[in-house]
Design a protein around this ligand. Structure first.
Ligand code: PRP
Ligand code: URA
Length: 209
């Protein structure tokens, strides 16, 4: 799977094991989602362009590298994607942030849009779409459809946990989008929940159940 990167870094895998545990508290779940997102961001930004710059140290001139190329935007899919934003902004403080609000209809499992607000210059940015869960793929596909309608052409998707069904759907709908995940689980169950997964990410981040 050329455009799918599963991040098997030991720190990510260790934190993911605690995240999945049904006894992990809301506080700890929130902290772990944020920590994992920061570590995933480090990997998902590995190919950003840099340019050489001269920096005057107190001793001499150092040849250094700084980010060049497109500016970045982070687009969480509400609600659960919000849990991934802060640690990414800590690493990329100049990134702009857009919001796409989608929820899955409990009967059809199809995404329903309820809010969208994007930076004016989103089309010119390298966009990171973030959401902890990639289940049927419907929400990710709808969010990326929307971004492409707004002119975005450079999009990277970051999910903490996915499954084969969601990955396949994404690859068919958006083969140009690089995907970064911490795990691709076994399957979806009859309610379109990821097995073994971690349950409902939004509820576990916000303590709503
Ligand atoms: C969850 C999750 C994804 C979506 C994944 O959100 O955060 O957005 O489901 O499922 P899919 O791949 O089948 O579309 P949910 O709709 O539960 O909303 P929430 O974030 O507000 O809890
Ligand atoms: N949304 C979640 O939060 N968890 C799943 O397993 C599937 C969709």
């Amino acid at each position: 799977m050329a455009n799918v990167h599963v991040l098997d870094h030991p720190l990510i895998q260790h934190k993911l094991a605690i995240l999945r545990n049904k006894n992990t508290s809301v506080k700890e779940f929130r902290e772990l989602i944020s920590e994992i997102s920061g570590l995933m961001c480090y990997e998902a930004t590995r190919n950003l362009a840099t340019q050489e710059v001269d920096v005057e140290t107190p001793v001499a001139t150092a040849k250094c590298r700084m980010l060049a190329g497109k500016k970045l935007a982070i687009v969480p899919i509400l609600r659960a994607g919000l849990g991934m934003v802060d640690s990414m902004v800590d690493l990329i403080p100049s990134a702009k942030i857009g919001h796409i609000g989608l929820y899955r209809d409990p009967a059809t499992h199809k995404p329903v849009e309820y809010y969208c607000k994007l930076p004016d210059d989103i089309a010119n940015r390298q966009v990171y779409v973030v959401d902890p869960m990639l289940a049927t793929g419907g929400s990710a596909i709808a969010a990326i459809d929307f971004l492409k309608e707004h002119g975005c052409r450079n999009i990277i998707m970051m999910n903490v946990i996915g499954c084969p069904e969601g990955v396949k759907a994404m690859q068919e709908a958006h083969p140009d989008v690089e995907m970064y995940l911490a795990a691709v689980d076994e399957k979806l169950n009859e309610n379109a929940y990821i097995v073994p997964g971690l349950g409902d990410a939004g509820d576990r981040i916000f303590g709503t159940k």
